[in-house]
Write a protein of this length. Structure first.
Length: 107
């Protein structure tokens, strides 16, 4: 996992500012029209599929920051799917290898 471990107090502060709702406005590639341009997943609400509930995480707006830089970055609320996709999209935009997919191309 690449997201920094943030303490509970910090997490709650981020969530309060975000209204316990994912703050993705398209970094993941979705236009989130249903949420008015912002992801509508809210913390502890039932997930889109399956019996799980949404677990929002506090992570930097730039999901590809190294843990050292991320520790000092401003945090935003992300739902799991948006964060994962935004990571992948940002890496691809910079032509960095995607660790999740790199294995497919290694000899
Ligand atoms: Zn989201
Ligand atoms: Zn999103």
């Amino acid at each position: 996992m690449s997201e920094p471990i943030v303490c509970a107090r910090q997490w709650r502060r981020v969530m309060r500012v975000a209204g316990y709702r994912c703050q993705c406005t398209g970094a993941c590639g979705a236009d989130h029209t249903q949420g008015g341009g912002r992801c509508s997943r809210e913390h502890d609400r039932p997930a889109d599929k399956g019996p799980q509930r949404n677990r929002l995480l506090a992570a930097p707006a730039d999901p590809t920051l190294s843990p050292t830089l991320a520790a000092r970055a401003e945090l935003r609320a992300w739902c799991g799917p948006c964060h994962a996709t935004a990571c992948r999209t940002a890496r691809r935009a910079r032509n960095e290898p995607d660790p999740a997919q790199g294995a497919l191309f290694s000899p």
